[in-house]
Design a protein around this ligand. Structure first.
Ligand SMILES: [Zn+2]
Length: 65
């Protein structure tokens, strides 16, 4: 399990955050970003399904009228 996998903003390559936390791309020196927004925390691993559920729920409501 890779904990600190980051994605380069410039060249879209994946890289690892280094101990200095500078998060620089080893390919182009660009800024590395976390590809996953923090809202997708492991605690919220069912959030996707919950959102799908609410999406269906809203769709039904809209289709009713
Ligand atoms: Zn890069």
């Amino acid at each position: 399990m890779v904990k600190y996998l980051l994605k380069c903003k410039e060249c879209k390559q994946y890289g690892l955050n280094n101990p200095e936390n500078t998060a620089k791309c080893s390919h182009c020196g660009g800024q590395l970003l976390n590809p996953r927004p923090s809202k997708y925390s492991p605690i919220d691993k069912y959030g996707k399904y919950r959102r799908e559920y609410f999406k269906e729920d809203f769709k039904k409501r809209f289709e009713k009228d």
